[in-house]
Design a binder for this molecule. Structure first.
Ligand code: KG4
Length: 332
């Protein structure tokens, strides 16, 4: 069977087709970075308008790429949340309407579940159970994945998500949106010995995170020093070092707490090379297995929605044709 996946939860329009026998047969992404860059962040209304413009042409492009027509699609999966409500509604409305017109099922997908399952788009796959560090612009969670559909939240952030912290510190340093990647590039030129930032909440037990203090620490460090380019690079380095260390420390704790031996990562921040390097080092020391998705499946994409749609379809979850429900907040 073939599932068309639609992702419009934030500032990326993603369309993909997953074939249960051949795997991913089309995967197209349009990023709205250029639209939002001049505003220094995502403008929800502009995001919705851009999705409206791009979604239909991208669906045609994906079908052409796979040499298929809409009639060859067996079900449509779309992101129903969490995300920006207007942006979600664009994908949900088009997905549900297409499903109705074609008389095929439509499957609302939880974006966070899709991030968790993205690892199954790779050839090297974990077996159940495993731990996932889910780190994106809106979430930082440690999730014990028992099987598809069974997720236990072991810990999460009490304030800013890791991606949000990257973006806010990038803004403080005067870097362009999207900040995470820009900060990572600046950090390469940083002097590792100049500043040391705290590793929040690591000196007490528990699996919770808190990143909002790091942002203040970065701002105070910048104000207390001459704000030249080298200082900014040094702060970028110190911030990235602190946040990745903190994520690794909590991951190790969660692996030990849940007695797991396989670790996967998901979400935009999991594309971070420094985080991957440190997680790999920890796993090697502990004798654990790691499973890292291709960075293109870490940030928002249609492929993970199509795959999650397939898994939801075969597990026979309720699906609708006419009802359009979206959820700006939607825990897994
Ligand atoms: O998963 P994602 O594409 O969107 C959602 O939040 O759902 O994650 C986007 C976040 C942004 O905060 C972005 O700055 C961050 O992921 N990000 C990174 C990197 N690539 C994306 N943060 C650190 N290092 C990266 N290489």
């Amino acid at each position: 069977m073939r599932i068309l996946g639609i992702e419009t939860s934030c500032d990326e329009t993603g369309v993909a087709i997953y074939d249960s026998e051949k795997g991913l047969i089309a995967d197209i992404l349009y990023s709205q970075i250029a639209t939002h860059a001049k505003f220094g962040g995502v403008v929800p209304e502009l995001a919705s308008r851009d999705h409206i413009k791009k979604l239909s042409p991208l669906i045609h492009e994906a079908l052409d790429f796979a040499k298929l027509t809409l009639r060859d699609i067996d079900a449509i999966a779309y992101t129903a949340g969490p995300g920006l409500i207007g942006a979600l509604l664009v994908g949900a409305a088009l997905g549900a309407s297409l499903g109705f017109a074609l008389n095929i099922p439509t499957i609302p997908i939880n974006h966070l579940e899709a991030h968790l399952l993205a690892i199954f788009l790779e050839t090297k796959q974990p077996t159940f159970p495993f731990l996932t560090l889910l780190v994106s612009g809106g979430n930082t969670q440690l999730v014990q994945v028992e099987k598809i559909g069974s997720y236990k939240l072991l810990g999460e952030t009490l304030d800013d998500a890791a991606g949000e912290a990257f973006d806010k510190v990038a803004k403080i340093l005067g870097l362009p949106y999207p900040g995470g990647v820009a900060l990572t590039k600046l950090a390469i030129h940083g002097n590792p010995k100049r500043f040391r930032f705290p590793r929040p909440m690591t000196n007490r037990s528990g699996l919770e995170f808190s990143f909002s203090g790091l942002k203040t620490f970065a701002a105070n460090t910048l104000h207390a020093n001459c704000a030249d380019e080298q200082t900014k690079a040094d702060i970028a380095y110190a911030f990235q070092d602190a946040i990745t260390d903190t994520l690794v420390i909590k991951c190790k704790r969660a692996m030990q707490f849940a007695n797991l031996s396989q670790l996967t990562i998901a979400g935009g921040v999991s594309a971070n090379q420094e985080l991957r390097r440190k997680l790999q080092k920890m796993a090697d020391q502990e004798g654990w297995q790691t499973y890292f998705p291709n960075p293109k499946f870490c940030t928002d994409n249609g492929a993970m929605i199509a795959y999650a749609g397939y898994q939801n379809f075969i597990s026979d979850k309720i699906r609708t044709n006419l009802e359009i429900n979206v959820f700006p907040r939607w825990p897994m």
